[in-house]
Write a protein that binds this ligand. Structure first.
Ligand SMILES: Cc1cc2nc3c(=O)[nH]c(=O)nc-3n(C[C@H](O)[C@H](O)[C@H](O)COP(=O)(O)OP(=O)(O)OC[C@H]3O[C@@H](n4cnc5c(N)ncnc54)[C@H](O)[C@@H]3O)c2cc1C
Length: 388
């Protein structure tokens, strides 16, 4: 087989890139290790920046998001039982959208199916070859047969555990990492959300987040140790751990119910540099991970795809490699700012140490955030997403 761009991974970054390239007449094939149903079943991100919404619109898959998504003009932060609100609208004039990653993935998959662009699901033993040569190749196995794709470029959109980053010679790549000694235990339930806006909770018992996917579907998280076993968390235990972390009003309004999904996610900050190696580009979680506290993972994947799609369109349309040559530098400039914000929010709101100095610094920083217009504006600017 031959194509212009071989895309590894059918998560949000691979699917979005594929759609944008297809819309500009650039042939691409997506290779995905899992089945489509498995990819759709993964419950992950839910807060979308304006720039991500714009990109989904540009890809032609934004209509359901506008119909069903919830526009949020602010966020609430509860500190030891007292709630404060930061208005994005007032501070930046912008808003965010609550719309689940599973829904975005579905919209992108439907969009791809509608235009007939090829995706190979359950592709096994995907391997990248000659990434520094002029004619890279990707080999894989499907339905017991060996296949090979010749292409001009490879987009590694295969997440943190994917094969693309691992295909780069170690001497060509630098990695920067911080692993936090905690995770998020998350529950999805068909119960009405406790609040119309997200509530981030800082509490001596540990962090919590009250989020949602729709007016009837809630997503709650509590900070947990990395050693926790999901099997030892029946739903009742989760709700009993969440309740004391909330303020009185939220506790009264909380509707509990059976979970429809429950998982533990470790918190990690990670960046691989550069994001281009010859004819291989990394995008999304393949290149960087953020702790979910700042809701940046999916949005960063979208911003990488914006830079990469523009660069490839410029290459094919205008015969210019300027965008390709600057892809890594441009993407990383935005990545590092989102890494900083996600790290900062994580350190601000979680119980990471028992050191009373660290805890007093958290409280001082939160007090500054609530009292200073400059502090609140900086928070809001980063939360709604920095410009591309
Ligand atoms: C448990 C969890 C919870 C999260 N919660 C949030 C959140 O609340 N807010 C937020 O902003 N972000 C969150 N994130 C991060 C967000 O979901 C990711 O940033 C986003 O999915 C990145 O998209 P991606 O397409 O780059 O990678 P992925 O979504 O990881 O997609 C990569 C795809 O590549 C495929 N793949 C992997 N290896 C291969 C291979 N060898 N061959 C072929 N295909 C392969 C995978 O199966 C997958 O489908 C969460 C992530 C996790 C894991």
């Amino acid at each position: 087989m031959r194509t212009q761009v071989a895309i590894i991974g059918a998560g949000p970054s691979g699917l979005l890139l594929g759609q944008l390239l297809h819309n500009h007449g650039i042939a691409n094939i997506i290779l995905e290790r899992q089945t489509g149903d498995y990819v759709l079943g993964r419950v992950r991100a839910g807060v979308i920046e304006q720039v991500t919404m714009d990109l989904l619109d540009e890809a032609g898959v934004g209509s359901r998001m506008h119909a069903d998504g919830l526009v949020h003009a602010g966020v609430q932060i509860c500190v030891d039982g007292e709630r404060h609100r930061i208005s994005f609208k007032e501070m930046t004039g912008k808003t965010v959208m609550v719309y689940g990653q599973t829904e975005i993935t579905k919209d992108l998959m439907d969009g791809r199916a509608a235009v007939g662009a090829p995706t190979v699901y359950t592709a096994q033993e995907v391997a990248l070859h000659d990434i520094f040569g002029s004619q890279p190749r990707v080999t894989y196995r499907a339905e017991g047969q060996a296949h090979e794709i010749e292409c001009d470029f490879i987009a590694g959109c295969d997440g943190f555990h994917g094969v693309s980053r691992k295909s780069v010679p170690p001497a060509a790549i630098a990695t920067h990492e911080r692993v936090y000694p905690l995770g998020w235990l998350g529950i999805l339930s068909d119960t009405p959300p406790v609040s119309e806006e997200l509530i981030y909770v800082r509490h001596p018992l540990g962090f919590a987040l009250c989020s949602m996917r729709s007016p009837t579907r809630s997503r709650y998280y509590i900070q947990c140790s990395l050693a926790e076993d999901i099997e030892s968390w029946p739903d009742d235990r989760f709700w009993e751990e969440l309740k004391p972390r909330l303020d009185d009003e939220a506790r009264e309004r909380l509707v509990t119910g059976p979970s429809i999904e429950k998982s533990i996610a470790p918190l990690r900050s990670f960046v691989a540099e550069p994001m281009r190696f010859g004819r291989l580009f990394l995008a999304g979680d393949a290149a960087h991970i953020v702790p979910p506290t700042g809701a940046k993972g999916l949005n960063l994947a979208a911003s990488d795809v914006q830079y990469l799609s523009r660069a490839l369109i410029e290459h094919y349309r205008e015969k210019s490699d300027a965008g390709i040559d600057h892809y890594s530098e441009r993407a990383l400039a935005r990545v590092w700012k989102a890494e900083r914000f996600s790290w900062w929010m994580t350190m601000l709101l979680h119980k990471i140490t028992d050191n009373s100095f660290d805890q007093k610094i958290q409280l001082a920083e939160l007090d500054y955030l609530f009292r200073s217009k400059a502090g609140a504006t900086a928070f809001a600017e980063n939360y709604v997403g920095l410009p591309y």
